[in-house]
Design a protein around this ligand. Structure first.
Ligand code: KG4
Ligand code: ZN
Length: 342
């Protein structure tokens, strides 16, 4: 811990390549973004209707050096200024993770900088620390393309999953419903936009899974598809905007109700929204409304910190660095990395 007494500033380089964004960022003292560079591959995956792992890896290889140099340049720092490199170790696509992990190891070895293997979801959660100090205990509602869970943070860098999806993640359900409606990938933002125009007039199920903080979205997804097919067979037309609004209402109602219940039960000081689906306008509004009269603070990151980026990895890495976490040069990509154990 000696370095903290000698040096006032802590400069961390964050690297993220777990899915379809190649990203690097420089974070000062765990909270200040000096640079945040994201090269998105969405255009390359769109025509396939989802992320193609081989294409993702190839793009990461092409982009990683450029993105790293740009992040340092924009931050006005050199490798010599870095205290640590935080890189997404998992979960994610193994071939994609490896590009970031190997880049981190190469730089760390060449310049003698410590590496911190970081959990992607811990990153999404700590994106909130880039907008305000976290007060513990905190509860995070994590809603991304691969994860939907309620995570309790009793202290910095400690994560306890109190509930998670038993099937599809919320983002996955959004993307599948969007696909059924013929909307482009990723479908979440399109459904969100349509939902604002429509009315939630169609009756769709809500999986309450009483007595647990778990979620389930596959029944809802099937109900949406059945509703469309049944109407088609009867020669009736369903307005996509009303279907989008009804689907979104069902997802949001369950997410918000469970978050409120857990926040009360665990008596948390803060509720942190996290993950790509945190960009959802309806969810942001509903969560704000639900916590309006409750004692806990609610933290909702700006849109550019909700979807995948490396600033959040630098922020989470900074917390783990202070806790003394260091990874060796044998760090590997770990697609199934457990947030409670990393
Ligand atoms: O966190 P993220 O960028 O990647 C993962 O770690 O999975 O999340 C991507 C997911 C996609 O499923 C995308 O459709 C969804 O976030 N998403 C949204 C919105 N913006 C992105 N879902 C609903 N409403 C949005 N506005
Ligand atoms: Zn993500």
């Amino acid at each position: 811990m000696g370095e903290f007494f000698m040096k006032k500033e802590q400069i961390i380089l964050g690297i993220e390549t777990s899915c379809d964004e190649t990203a690097a960022a420089v974070i000062k003292n765990g909270t200040e973004i000096l640079s945040n560079v994201v090269a998105s591959q969405i255009e390359s995956h769109k025509r396939f209707g989802g992320v193609v792992p081989e294409i993702a890896s190839r793009h990461h290889v092409e982009q990683i050096t450029i993105v790293l140099e740009e992040a340092l340049l924009q931050a006005g720092v050199t490798y010599e200024d870095l205290d640590a490199i935080a890189v997404t170790e998992g979960p994610g696509l193994v071939g994609a993770l490896l590009i970031g992990v190997n880049a981190a190891k190469a730089v760390a070895f060449a310049h003698g900088i410590p590496i911190i293997g970081t959990h992607h979801i811990a990153g999404h959660i700590y994106a909130n620390r880039l907008i305000q100090e976290i007060e513990y205990p905190a509860l995070s509602l994590v809603v991304s393309g691969g994860h939907t869970e309620l995570v309790l943070l009793e202290e910095p860098g400690s994560f306890k999953v109190i509930g998670e999806t038993r099937d599809d993640a919320a983002g996955e359900a959004y993307d599948k419903v969007a696909r059924t409606l013929g909307l482009p990938y990723p479908g979440g933002p399109h459904i969100d936009r349509l939902a604002q125009e429509g009315s939630p007039s169609l009756k769709l199920p809500r999986a309450w899974l009483d007595g647990s903080y778990d979620f389930s979205f596959s029944g809802l997804k099937s109900a949406v598809i059945n509703t469309l097919h049944n109407a088609e067979q009867r020669g009736e037309k369903i307005e996509p905007k009303d279907l989008a609004a009804s689907f979104q209402a069902s997802v949001i109602e369950v997410l918000v109700m469970k978050a409120v219940k857990a926040a009360k039960e665990y008596n948390v000081k803060q509720v942190l929204l996290a993950g790509g689906v945190a960009a959802n306008k309806g969810l942001r509004e509903a969560l704000t409304e639900a916590f309006k009269d409750l004692p806990m603070d609610i933290s909702i990151p700006p849109l550019y910190l909700c979807t995948d980026n490396a600033a959040m990895i630098g922020a989470a890495g900074s917390v783990m660095f202070k806790k003394g976490k260091r990874s060796g040069l044998d760090l590997n990509g770990n697609p199934g990395l457990d947030i409670e154990a990393f």
